[in-house]
Design a protein around this ligand. Structure first.
Ligand SMILES: Cc1cc2nc3c(=O)[nH]c(=O)nc-3n(C[C@H](O)[C@H](O)[C@H](O)COP(=O)(O)OP(=O)(O)OC[C@H]3O[C@@H](n4cnc5c(N)ncnc54)[C@H](O)[C@@H]3O)c2cc1C
Length: 495
């Protein structure tokens, strides 16, 4: 018989009335609104202060007060899960809240994993005294602890302060939707009034290579999704060593930039026509490609991987579809991601490409999804969307908290937003560049390494991208948020 746990009650965990963090830290909800190294002004439609701007006139106050005492289980202790629990407390929820995480770490941030954390780990590794056993369990634990401190969002103590019961290292393995019962790997189950699914995505392997699921891992072949992944990859990055990055999307391109900056020999192999994906257009992707070339990266577009050669359990070379053999000390597979929904099989939820939700992010009565795993019809486009961006995770967590508290029943309509760092260039992207009919540089130029691109699809302005030009992009972003037509925005803003 599985043991039962009624969050915050049976386990004798006190659930104190919410206190705001006492240390003056910003909340996770607020901390990612800005995004990117050189920041990005407040989003017009991203409410990160825990309040909701919807119409509250129809809210039933008795339902609301019941909702503030309800039991909530959030599955996934990362950006979206943390944002949900913090926003619940900020918006007046006082009932038991449990945050369930598969990883042993309290919530940490993933964007630095392909940026400064990689550099930090590599630099620390390089500075280690000769003869130190870097692979010993204690050195590994120390290294992981140190890395977690660099990217942590909240500590377990800070979550306890919020009255949140945290269950780390204990993945959920099943959900009974009608009963809102979450089963854990350790045999326990958690009963709730509201369940939030925030289990994100996992890095894919490459079909047809020794890294396909079910095959033993090959030493030197890496993925980059978790803290462990980043620490293991970072430990391989050293001057003169050879790295093959497979996949020139955001993560692959950023990691290649870090490795090249550290003095590695880097090959960046990408199946597509253009780096970065997301249909950013030639002006942007050529710019990024040139940055890589300037830093000595061998960029190979329209090229697939045929095989990964192994020797004595480790990687030796990557063989490309054109027969080229690239000797390698390490390989990073950055070939995409898949929503983590296997634990929900048999739940009856629609799991085709994430957890399918209605426009308000509800998947079933009392069940919601937030973050990378959530698919919902975006009111601006009318099309199903699943957004794997950091700001989206925060904002959807806040939105779901408001839904649970009965504060609103609004569709989630925030504009997608993400940033990226490639060498010294930071990029900010707002809206939907993919599928554009026209992408025009409307400020600066790629040659100046400072520019803004506006995207048109049909009659509408659909996206804006800035390279080292946050200020210049601001009016374009405002026009985008206002739903301006291309004609109107271009007429008023193009220099
Ligand atoms: C290397 C890297 C760089 C990135 N850089 C950028 C960037 O520059 N800009 C940007 O906008 N975005 C970036 N992103 C994307 C951003 O980090 C994600 O959008 C964000 O982390 C999504 O948060 P999430 O909480 O939805 O999912 P995740 O962060 O994936 O968290 C899901 C959590 O759920 C846990 N989990 C999974 N299954 C279970 C289970 N069964 N039970 C319990 N817990 C479970 C996982 O262990 C994980 O901790 C980057 C991502 C990566 C990996």
């Amino acid at each position: 018989m599985p043991r039962t746990s009624d969050p915050g009650r049976e386990r004798g965990v006190s659930t104190p009335a919410h206190r705001a963090p006492q240390d003056g830290t910003t909340t996770a909800a607020a901390s990612h609104r800005e995004g990117g190294r050189d920041g990005d002004g407040p989003r017009e439609n991203g409410r990160s202060d825990g309040r909701h701007g919807g119409d509250l006139r129809s809210v039933d106050s008795s339902a609301c007060s019941e909702a503030t005492q309800s039991r909530v289980v959030v599955v996934g202790a990362s950006a979206a899960g943390l944002s949900t629990v913090e926003a619940l407390r900020q918006q007046g929820h006082r009932g038991p809240v449990t945050l369930v995480g598969a990883e042993p770490w309290a919530p940490y941030d993933r964007p630095p994993l392909s940026k400064h954390l990689l550099t930090l780990v590599a630099t620390a590794q390089g500075a280690r005294h000769p003869g130190t056993d870097a692979d010993s369990p204690s050195a590994r634990t120390k290294s992981l602890d140190g890395a977690w401190k660099q990217v942590r969002l909240r500590s377990g103590e800070e979550l306890t302060e919020l009255g949140v019961q945290v269950r780390l290292g204990s993945p959920a393995v099943g959900l009974e939707v009608a009963a809102r019962r979450v089963h854990l790997a350790d045999g326990e189950h958690l009963d709730a009034d509201h369940v939030v699914i925030a289990t994100g995505v996992a890095a894919c392997g490459l079909p047809g290579t020794p890294q396909r699921p079910g095959t033993p891992p090959l030493r030197g072949v890496h993925r980059l999704r978790t803290l462990e992944d980043a620490v293991e990859l970072g430990a391989q990055l050293r001057q003169g060593a050879r790295l093959v990055v497979v996949g020139g999307g955001l993560v692959g391109s950023e990691a290649a930039a870090v490795a090249a900056t550290l003095g590695m020999q880097v090959h960046l192999v990408h199946r597509g026509e253009q780096l970065l994906g997301h249909g950013l257009g030639a002006s942007v992707t050529d710019f990024v490609r040139r940055l890589h070339l300037e830093h000595g990266v061998d960029v190979r577009l329209r090229t697939a991987v045929a095989n990964i050669e192994a020797h004595a359990g480790g990687v030796r070379a990557v063989v490309l579809s054109d027969g080229t053999r690239l000797p390698a000390d390490a390989v990073l597979m950055a070939v995409g991601s898949r929503p983590v929904v296997d634990w929900l099989s048999g739940s009856g939820l629609d799991l085709s490409d994430g957890v399918s939700c209605d426009a308000t992010l509800s998947a079933a009565e009392g069940v919601y999804a937030a973050g990378d795993v959530c698919r919902w019809p975006h009111p601006r486009t009318g099309r199903p969307a699943r957004v794997e961006h950091r700001a989206n995770a925060t904002e959807q967590g806040i939105h779901v908290a408001g839904r649970i508290l009965g504060l609103h029943a609004d569709p989630f309509a925030a504009l997608p937003y993400y940033w990226s760092e490639q060498y010294a260039a930071s990029l900010q992207v707002h809206g939907w560049p993919q599928g554009h009919d026209e992408a025009e540089v409307v400020h600066g130029s790629p040659e100046e390494r400072r520019f803004v691109v506006a995207y048109r699809q049909g009659p509408r302005l659909t996206a804006v991208l800035a390279v080292r030009s946050v200020k210049a992009a601001r009016p374009w972003r405002a026009a985008l948020a206002d739903g301006a037509s291309w004609h109107q925005a271009y007429g008023e803003l193009a220099a």
